[in-house]
Design a protein around this ligand. Structure first.
Ligand code: ADP
Ligand code: MG
Length: 293
């Protein structure tokens, strides 16, 4: 590959809204056959809204929203931001939180108004040896059938509410997936979110391969496993929890709207956070390399 042709490719990339770390990056895109896509913030906007609150019998909805909102105020997760915004809308000012802990991939916990509060996955609830009462479990399952994310809220030793946040698929994602397939690439959706939500999002954009409920630290192992099967893997992600997988992938693509950590770990940055730019990047590299040969 002549440096000049590669540099021309790099310049064209900038015009398309793709920042390329170095000209050699374009060479590694050529053999890519599998594109692993993070769900939240990559395929979806990552901007979720609080759309529903289910409470256990005898529980005050406002209190559930206030305690969860106060706790999530200390987290930067997209789910947390939706809950905080929704809580402020409904109950106004939120109390402060003490002893806040982020349990990676599971949720958050801390003390609000002297109460030990948790918000997160059922697995976090189980760590506290709480169980989800049947009415809440049913409501949660029904919401997940709809492709929404439902998190559990517990305090004072019990699971007391289920908060539902809905994220929306980016309007350009389905088109990008169609274009990836047209290039002969296999898209795979990878997420820490639950299987039903992941399946619903995948179906909406036309992805059939889904790997769900993967802890942040295990995302990199999924990429390694695919590589072990002989796949040449591009990974597209946005979050801190995607960084190791982005670095491990044969080609790492970060959403420009994502975290600096993800951008630093990647070979390419899609400036506008539009998945179609990933397709442009792969097309560009193929075209650039054809010119060189
Ligand atoms: P993704 O891989 O889709 O970016 P994460 O690994 O960040 O998702 O989170 C996995 C799951 O853990 C979330 O879908 C949610 O159920 C739970 N979770 C993580 N952080 C929080 C939080 N701050 N509040 C509530 N739930 C959370
Ligand atoms: Mg993410």
């Amino acid at each position: 590959a002549t440096p000049t042709a590669l540099l021309v490719g790099t310049g064209r990339g900038a015009q398309l809204g793709i920042l390329i770390k170095g000209p050699e990056v374009l060479e590694s895109t050529r053999a890519v056959d599998t594109v692993v896509l993070d769900k939240t913030g990559t395929v979806t906007t990552g901007r979720m809204a609080l759309v529903e609150v289910h409470v256990a019998e005898g529980v005050d909805t406002e209190e559930a929203v206030r305690l969860a909102g106060a706790l999530e105020n200390a987290s930067e997760h997209p789910i947390a931001q939706a809950i905080v915004a929704g809580a402020r809308d409904r109950v106004g000012d939120l109390p402060s939180v003490e002893d806040f802990t982020n349990v990676e991939g599971l949720g958050v916990q801390g003390i609000v108004d002297g109460k030990a509060v948790l918000v997160g996955r059922t697995a976090l609830l189980e760590e506290w040896a709480h169980h989800l009462p049947e009415d809440l479990a049913k409501a949660k399952a029904a919401e997940e059938e709809l492709g929404r994310t439902a998190v559990v809220v517990g305090w004072d030793g019990k699971a007391r509410a289920v908060l539902v946040v809905a994220d929306t698929v980016k309007p350009t994602s389905a088109e990008a997936i169609t274009q990836l397939r047209a290039l002969g690439l296999t898209p795979v959706l990878l997420t820490g979110d639950n299987e039903a939500v992941a399946r619903a999002v995948a179906a909406e954009v036309g992805i059939t391969e889904v790997i769900a409920e993967v802890l942040p630290k295990d995302k990199v192992d999924v990429v390694k496993r695919l590589q072990g099967e002989g796949k040449v893997v591009a990974m597209v992600g946005d979050g801190v929890n995607d960084a190791a997988a982005l670095a491990q992938a044969d080609l790492g693509l970060a959403m420009g709207t994502g975290t600096d950590v993800a951008i630093e770990a990647s070979d390419l940055t899609l400036v506008r956070g539009d998945l179609r730019a990933a397709v442009d990047a792969i097309r560009l590299s193929r075209r650039t390399l054809r010119t060189i040969k």
